[in-house]
Structures are given as structure tokens and as C-alpha cells.
Design a protein around this ligand. Sequence first.
Ligand SMILES: [Zn+2]
Length: 101
Amino acid sequence: MKAVTIDDGATYETASPDQFTQAYRDGETALERREDTDNVLKTHVIKGEFAAAAGYLHGLAADARKRLPRHVEDCPCRLCVHDRECLMRSIYRTWREAAAA
Ligand SMILES: [Zn+2]
């Protein structure tokens, strides 16, 4: 695993920094590009591009955090807890679907 640092200062561990970083940027802009995020994520997983899947999720989360500037990463408010639960469910669902495919 190698460490990769994104411009906002966050550091992540990944086996494929280039793949991770590219997917991170895709995730960060997915909402404004009206991308089908479930489908993109599923495609990465099915192709075995796990670094890209992780980068994409982190990019989505980073973009979501930017839209909630008053909330910190471990914010206990209902909205943030709900968002984190949705993200975890989405990750779990994608993995389960990939395992079943
Ligand atoms: Zn919050």
C-alpha cells in the first residue's frame, strides 16, 4: 500500500495511487455531472478496480462534506449520521452484488 495525498490535505492508503486519484476526482465532480454514481461504483468493483472504487467513494464523500461546511467528519447530528449510514449501506450493497455476480 502507498500513501496518496489529495489537494485538500487528506491522505489515503491505496495499492494504485493513480487509479485512486483519478477516481477520487470523478467522485468529487459526479454530482455536478449528474453521473449515475451507483453504476460507476459497481463497474469499478466488477472490473476488480478496487482502488478506483475506494477513490470514487472518498471523492463522493469529500464533495458531500463541501456541501455541509458547518459539519465535521464525525458530526453526531441526524443528517450526518444518516449520510454515513447511507454510504456504508451503499458500499455493502455494491460488494454484495459484486460477490453474487
Ligand atoms: Zn452534521
